[in-house]
Design a protein around this ligand. Structure first.
Ligand code: PMP
Length: 443
């Protein structure tokens, strides 16, 4: 099958992403939201991000690579500078003022994350390096104790490598088996197939909330409900969802939820694992070291309370604090307002991209956000990206760490535009103008 048969091609109408009945989308689709999108001040938001003011190759920067990492607002940068200028000390162990201050700021950040995800307790919020580490933690700590030969792990065909490889490693250690939920041509999970795959041997279902390659928003509540009915646990990879759609872990009902700070306007090197308390309580530590213990002798070690049992060693203190600042920034604008604005730019982007002859959109689910993956006939995505870069337009090209998705569509790579709250229709125009040059060069 050629990509042209799978995606929406130039000249065709963009899919109507406004029309959807999914529970997950409903919150973003009321009258209030339309009111907010009209008052969304994107210029003021852009002003918060100093990096966006620069030129690259003599052109104003058009940053459309937000699924890889987002830019940081000044207040997040300031939070890091302020921490090192006024607060820096190691946490939890010190009796002096700076240590107490640093500890309080670090724990305040945990409270912000708890509120943001609507977890029931800060004990359920574990700071980790990022989404990748969060998934590895669950695969290692929960997986090693709960899976044996013949047990099954379900992932989907649209998973990031970081939600595939940790489970493969676990399979190698335990004899468990990895099974894959297929997707259709639009990039939606085949829910019937999912239900058929669920069975008594299924121990965990680990799926992405918002696909970084296709933009599909998966029906995570339904996925979780069905998994629980089958007696399986659920991990949701929220790396791409938290910056774009409101998340409520209690509403989803998932057992674990993972995300990275740097994709939601926070720093790199910090991320979050949410886990239901009873599960985290029962899990063995992931790493050993300082801070994760209650007492140590050479004969025996007892472990610290949650969440510290999973936070061995000196953590990324300023990262956690600045992540808290980033989340407060997002909350102030409002995720629903961000979602509405991004949807407007996404739909405009899809329409404009399809004006370019030879473009095929990959990932055309009606339930999608923030991502426009495409191929341009006769031009390798890397060439598209390199020429666009000369025009000041930063996009990502390649397999986006989802090689099974590329295989599913029979393509080696895509060019990917990924949006954030600061992107505009004008930037889409710059992208399309750049693409015209690409077409000229290759025609
Ligand atoms: N899952 C998804 C869907 C992602 O897009 C990414 C990052 N591209 C990850 C997981 C891994 O995130 P990180 O590299 O920050 O750990």
């Amino acid at each position: 099958m050629t990509p042209a048969q799978l995606g929406v091609r130039a000249g065709q109408t963009a899919p109507e992403w406004q029309e959807t009945a999914r529970e997950e989308d409903k919150r973003m689709r009321n009258g209030e939201l339309n009111k907010r999108v009209n008052t969304f001040d994107v210029d003021a938001i852009r002003n918060d991000f100093p990096i966006l003011k620069q030129c690259v190759h003599g052109r104003p920067l058009v940053y459309l690579d937000n699924a890889a990492t987002t830019q940081k607002p000044q207040e997040v940068i300031d939070a890091i500078v302020r921490y090192y200028t006024e607060t820096n000390a190691n946490i939890h162990r010190g009796v002096h003022l700076l240590s107490e201050k640093a500890t309080k700021e670090h724990e305040d950040a945990r409270k912000i994350v708890k509120r943001f995800l609507n977890a029931s307790s800060t004990q359920e919020i574990v700071f980790v390096r990022g989404c990748t580490e969060a998934i590895n933690l669950v695969a290692d700590s929960w997986g090693s104790e709960n899976l044996g030969p013949g047990d099954e792990i379900l992932v989907s065909n649209m998973e990031h490598h970081s939600n595939i490889v940790p489970w493969q490693l676990l399979c190698q250690r335990t004899g468990a088996v990895l099974k894959v939920i297929p997707i259709d041509d639009a990039g939606d999970l085949l829910m019937d197939e999912y239900q058929k795959l669920l069975g008594p041997r299924t121990k965990i279902v680990s799926v992405v909330h918002l696909s970084n390659a296709l933009g599909t928003i998966n029906p995570v509540r339904e996925i979780t409900r069905l998994a629980h009915e089958a007696g399986a646990r659920v991990l949701i990879d929220g790396a791409q969802s938290v910056p774009h759609i409101p998340v409520d872990v209690q509403d989803i009902g998932c057992d674990f939820f993972a995300f990275s700070g740097h994709k939601i306007y926070g720093p790199t090197g910090i991320g979050v694992l949410y886990g239901k308390r009873e599960l985290l309580e029962a899990m063995r530590p992931y790493q050993g070291g300082g801070d994760m213990i209650s007492s140590v002798t050479f004969e025996e070690t007892t472990y610290n309370a949650l969440p510290y049992k999973f936070e061995a060693g000196t953590p990324n203190i300023e990262g956690a604090i600045a992540l808290g600042t980033a989340i407060e920034y997002v909350e102030r604008i409002g995720l629903e307002a961000i979602a509405a604005h991004e949807r407007d730019v996404l739909e405009y982007g899809a329409q404009r991209l399809l004006e370019t002859p030879g473009v095929t959109l990959i990932g055309t689910s009606r339930h999608k956000a923030s991502i426009l993956s495409f191929v341009l006939e006769g031009v390798h995505p890397h060439d598209v990206g390199t020429i666009l870069d000369q025009e000041g337009v930063a996009i990502r090209t390649g397999h986006h760490c989802v090689q099974p998705v590329m295989k599913r569509y029979g393509i080696p790579a895509t060019a990917r535009v990924s949006l954030a709250c600061y992107n505009t229709r004008g930037e889409i125009d710059a992208l399309v103008a750049g693409l015209k040059k690409v077409v000229e060069i290759f025609s």
